[in-house]
Design a protein around this ligand. Structure first.
Ligand code: ADP
Length: 712
């Protein structure tokens, strides 16, 4: 492998010159040699001077010597490189002198053909009477075992390196670098599959730079063929006919390609090249390359999965961003504009169009533009088109995204004027019908949009379809609501006119102006009048609510003293206070004039006093006024000693149609709109309303408003 072992000088020549025939120490060895001749391990005997006096068959074959060579005399220095030979001589002397030696040790051996092997050795002393002792050494070739161990260790390092790689790019680099090291090849090239192509992703070796970014089709290219082949491919004599200057890594002598496959289809191919080793790739290297390939496949697959996950994350984040942006918007035009804006930001394209399709005619037209010059935007908005008529856009009708990179011949000048290079149109689908499209455009033409761009555009289009549907729905609801308000408004007016007439006549009758009436008749007429006013109240409140809901209530600030307003109310309530309730108004109000809406403030206080009287079967109702020290705010309170409000009902009573359970037995009138109107009016006057209450003891409603509406 690699540079290979250097061939040493012809050993047999050296041996013949510096090793004189000397067989003395080997004399009388037959009983031993005949025994170890049969052994499966290497066995040699050497004397104190390092002469090999006997070597068994395995040893001779291993070293490449004949029995005759051995007989003629082979020395340790012929079979061991210098440092190993010196160590062997030392060990021989120590052992023969009776000193201790290691039980097992390793030495490198130089074979007759010059190559080197690693041996694991054990030695012991062979003593014969009357003869000098000899060292007997038994050995085993552990070259492969060691290499395998080294390979294992490197694999371990590789897997650690693979685990720590942060990105697919880095992983590719690590794989190629480690592969060159572990397999001692001079180049490693990683092709990964992307769609229908194999793409040069990482490389180590002299052609690395030109390799990155190469793209070859899986279906018809040489590397595609290698990728599709089920097995490792070794080409040790690369045919010149296959040389292609565009694929520089193939300009090699020897190539080994491992498909990176765990499941089908493989994720890519790892190609190793070796120009330095004249023997090319061996079976042993093939096996290692296979193991290496398996290990890297797992790493690449998990890196791809991680990358996919991150990509998904990025796509979701982009979509979430768009959803957030459009969620709050109710107005259809705002929604369309925002969709255009966020699409452009998320996809970093030059311009976007949001087109809508008329459900009846099926024609599409541009409803919002982003990143388009105003004069072009105006032109675009005027255009109506039928996707069915356009070859490029027909796919939208089948709910597919379409890409256009070259204009249809007839439209080329338009494309140029509108600065359309490439565009991607993603369908908006609502209820299984094409409702529009999001068009993502670039000024400069490009080959294709990436899978990620398509996914985001399609995601946004799906959101856009829903958002536009919602906005339309809200619009419809608003229109329906307006109709309802209009209806209620007219109806209340129509009711009020006859009711006022009824009340007027009933009061005339009751007051005896139209002739004398009996006490019984007077009582009945009292009830008619009271209920009539109840009904009028209800109609007025309904009108108020209706106006509030329609946003048609306008504040009319005016300057007036608060005392005047309280005086008016005091007169109004004079007759309506039940016999068993005392209603007290503030005696003296020491305040500068207010500047606020007189009518609304009066309605607020009237309503609170009305409620207090209604929910106080017997006791007191007290109206109070306080001002802040700076005389900027005024607090108007209405306190009663009535039935009180349970704590859990307090947050609810200011909502529409909310009444406290059980209060109906106390007050038979009312529908739960009064406090809602009060709260909304107080808010319009720049203030707030609070309430404290104790069940069975009474309640206090406090209105806190600025004295001057303009200074709030
Ligand atoms: P309603 O038309 O029923 O009076 P309001 O909105 O004015 O409607 O009041 C809502 C509910 O709040 C009432 O039904 C009643 O249960 C409770 N409420 C309001 N004012 C008082 C009060 N002064 N004392 C006790 N409960 C009250």
């Amino acid at each position: 492998m690699g540079a290979g072992w250097q061939r040493s000088a012809p050993i047999s020549d050296r041996r013949r010159t510096d090793a004189p025939r000397q067989q003395l120490s080997g004399a009388g060895l037959e009983p031993f040699t005949s025994l170890f001749e049969q052994a499966n391990d290497i066995v040699i005997l050497n004397d104190r001077d390092g002469r090999i006096v006997a070597a068994n068959r395995v040893a001779r074959e291993f070293g490449g010597y004949t029995a005759e060579d051995v007989q003629q005399g082979v020395h340790l220095r012929d079979v061991l490189p210098q440092p190993d030979c010196e160590a062997a001589m030392l060990l021989t002397q120590r052992a023969l002198d009776g000193e201790s030696i290691p039980e097992v040790y390793e030495r490198e051996a130089v074979l007759h053909n010059g190559s080197r092997r690693l041996l694991e050795l054990r030695s012991n002393v062979l003593r014969r009477p009357g003869q000098p002792p000899l060292l007997q050494t038994i050995g085993r070739d552990i070259t492969e075992k060691r290499e395998a161990e080294a390979f294992q260790a490197s694999l371990l390092q590789v897997s650690q390196a693979l685990l720590t790689a942060q990105s697919l790019d880095e992983l590719g680099r690590v794989i190629c670098e480690q592969a060159s090291r572990v397999l001692s090849v001079d180049g490693a090239y990683l092709w990964l599959r992307q769609g229908e192509d194999l793409v040069g992703c990482a490389a180590a070796g002299r052609m690395a730079k030109t390799f990155i970014g190469l793209r070859r089709s899986v279906a018809n290219s040489l590397i595609g063929q290698i990728y599709r082949s089920p097995d490792v491919l070794i080409v040790n004599d690369f045919p010149h006919s296959l040389y292609n200057p565009q694929v520089p890594h193939l300009a090699v002598q020897a190539m080994l390609a491992v498909p990176l496959r765990r499941t089908h289809p493989p994720v890519g191919v790892l190609v190793f090249t070796d120009n330095a080793n004249p023997r090319g790739f061996t079976a042993a290297l093939r096996a290692r390359a296979l193991i290496f390939g398996a290990q890297t496949t797992v790493a690449i697959e998990s890196a791809l999965a991680r990358e996919r996950e991150e990509e998904e994350g990025r796509i979701s984040a982009a979509l979430l961003h768009v959803t957030r942006a459009i969620r709050e918007l109710r107005d259809a035009d705002d929604v369309l504009r925002e969709i255009g804006r966020s699409t452009r930001t998320e996809l970093q394209c030059d311009w976007t169009l949001v087109t809508l399709r008329d459900p009846a005619s099926g024609t599409m037209r541009v409803a919002a533009t982003e990143g388009v010059a105003p004069e072009i935007a105006d032109e675009l908005r005027l255009i109506e088109f039928q996707p069915a008529d356009s070859e490029e856009l027909r796919g939208l009708l089948e709910h597919r995204s379409v890409e256009v990179h070259a204009p249809p011949a007839a439209a080329a000048p338009l494309y140029q004027r509108w600065e359309i290079g490439s565009f991607l149109a993603a369908p908006m689908i609502s209820g299984n019908r094409l409702s529009g499209a999001i068009v993502v455009g670039l000024r400069v033409r490009r080959a294709a949009f990436s899978a990620r761009e398509r996914r985001i555009a399609e995601g946004i289009a799906a959101q856009a379809a829903a958002a536009v549907d919602n906005a339309r729905l809200v619009e419809d609801l608003r229109r329906a609501n307006d109709l309802k308000s209009e209806f209620l408004g007219t109806m209340s007016h129509e009711l009020r006119t006859p009711l006022n007439a009824i009340l007027g006549y009933a009061q005339l009758l009751r007051d005896g102006i139209m002739g004398p009436i009996s006490a019984e008749q007077a009582q009945a007429l009292d009830r008619v009048v009271a209920n009539g006013y109840g009904l009028l109240d209800l109609i007025n409140t309904t009108l108020d609510v209706n106006r509030l809901e329609a946003g048609r209530v306008i504040v009319h600030p005016a300057v007036f003293p608060l005392e005047q307003l309280l005086e008016e109310l005091r007169n109004e309530f004079g007759l309506r206070v039940p016999a068993n309730v005392t209603l007290t108004w503030p005696e003296h109000v020491d305040l500068p004039p207010l500047r606020t809406d007189h009518g609304k403030l009066k309605a607020v206080v009237r309503n609170l006093v009305d409620n207090a009287l209604k929910f106080t079967p017997g006791g007191c109702v007290t109206v109070g006024v306080h001002a802040s020290d700076e005389r900027e705010r005024v607090w108007l309170s209405v306190q009663d000693t009535g039935i009180g409000i349970p704590a859990n009902a307090i947050p609810l009573i200011f909502e529409m149609f909310r009444q406290v359970d059980g209060t109906q037995s106390v007050a038979r009138t009312g529908v739960g709109l009064g406090l809602y109107v009060v709260r909304r009016y107080v808010e319009l006057l720049g203030g707030k309303i609070t309430v404290t209450s104790q069940l069975g003891k009474g309640s206090t409603f406090t209105v806190d408003i600025p004295l001057d509406l303009g200074s709030r």
